[in-house]
Design a protein around this ligand. Sequence first.
Ligand code: NHR
Ligand code: GAR
Length: 221
Amino acid sequence: MMAPDITEPRIVVLASGNGTNLQTLIDATASQDFPGKIVAVGCNRPQAFALERASQAGIETFTVDHTEHDSRESFDTALRAEIDRYAPDLLVLAGFMRILTTEFVRRYHGIMINIHPSLLPRYTGLGTHQRALDAGDKVHGVSIHFVTEDLDGGPVIAQAEVMISPEESAASLAEKVRVKEHLLYPIVVRWYCEGRLKMEADRVHFDGAPLPKPLYLAEEE
Ligand code: NHR
Ligand code: GAR
């Protein structure tokens, strides 16, 4: 009989909406050989479909409704209390839509990652697809980064690009980007759980060496 692996990294995922990225992580971690386990899913919106997905998979959930808090500090303090019950080794933001306070970010320094729908450093913040279209960009994509106090400014781990076609809309572009998100996030989470990925002195280290630039998944023209 195999001994239970007590070192298996414990993952908490935070989401706000539909949770398609969460779903790909649920599916990936369900595989026997995945080196980590989603122990809880947290949400700031009680109606988020992400909560449904977690429950369906038998994963514990918690909700901290931001509309019931009158400051970001109060919301973040409540969120931290919930998260810390699960003693996570990795905190994954997957479509999580609330800006986090400095105190929160410090608490999970080096163990929190985010998926952002643009090729950072281009287009931090919201509305990235429309902004890429408005700028007349030919390429767009997704970035996965360690979360620091600097909004969408933490060190980038990996990126995947998509081509913007002449007849592109923000909706069609979001869909293209999402396909890459679903491809990339499980890979990066696996690397983290395998101990291959670390943030040291605000730089990404991969297999023990600083990563000179983000891993980049290019698209054919
Ligand atoms: N917090 C910190 N400190 N640093 C980061 O890098 C963060 C973060 C919190 C969330 C995700 C980010 C994204 O990938 C993220 C990165 C929400 C907003 C935002 O403006 C901006 C960036 C991100 C997420 N949120 C509004 C707010 O007032 C609310 C918008 C809404 O509820 O729809 O918090 O894009
Ligand atoms: C994803 O495209 C993610 O990159 C983006 O929201 C979507 C969530 O989809 N994140 C942000 O915009 C963060 N501000 P999902 O809920 O289906 O995973």
